[in-house]
Design a protein around this ligand. Sequence first.
Ligand SMILES: Cc1cc2nc3c(=O)[nH]c(=O)nc-3n(C[C@H](O)[C@H](O)[C@H](O)COP(=O)(O)O)c2cc1C
Length: 218
Amino acid sequence: MNPREPDMASFDPDALEPRQQYKLMSGTIIPRPIALVTTLAPDGVANAAPFSLFNMVGVDPPMLMFSLTPRAGEVKDTGRNIERLPEFVVHIVDEGVKEKMNICSADFPPGTSEIDFARLRTAPSVKVRPPRLVECPAQFECRLIDIIKVGRRPNHLVIGEVVMMHYREGIVDPAKFYVDAARLAPIGRLEGAGMYTRVTDRFQMGRPEIPGVPATSG
Ligand SMILES: Cc1cc2nc3c(=O)[nH]c(=O)nc-3n(C[C@H](O)[C@H](O)[C@H](O)COP(=O)(O)O)c2cc1C
């Protein structure tokens, strides 16, 4: 063994229960951004739920993804709604809206609007039918690209194209497309039950300049 290698705790996921896998994965891949997603049920009732298995996929076009874990073997309402109406709005959550976001994570029966229960204010979207939540600092209207089923349970990986972007006044410099992280002020999920973080402790590190190696751009 390399004498400089630190002592490690190592795990073979095949020997772990899904719950143990979840604790290691969700406690390690931190912080995670939170998508508060609105969808529309066939009866016209708008649904909102938060998802932290969420990230950017790429651009041209702008694309994002979030992952739905099954609930008692069933697809959650957000997934069922998107399967029927392939449109949704992804909202970034800040401290002002965090309690309302949390209320939306409760297991309301289908047909109950978390949006009404949480007293979230809505506005019509421009290109999709589910409404926007106006209290959230950024709102991305999305059309479904694909739902990919992954894993044995399975998870539903929802991939969407961002077709319209809205920001609260003062967050984006429209000349430079610079997003002011301090003004966006998103919160993120950390390990365990109910742990969150702020984006208040930032530092800068440019891409490396290595002689003979082309400058990195992507
Ligand atoms: C901060 C936060 C993050 C969450 N992330 C996820 C997630 O990534 N995937 C998931 O399936 N559920 C996640 N949940 C739980 C869902 O929000 C919850 O199951 C919700 O009731 C689903 O609503 P729906 O049935 O209306 O779709 C999260 C909850 C909270 C509070």
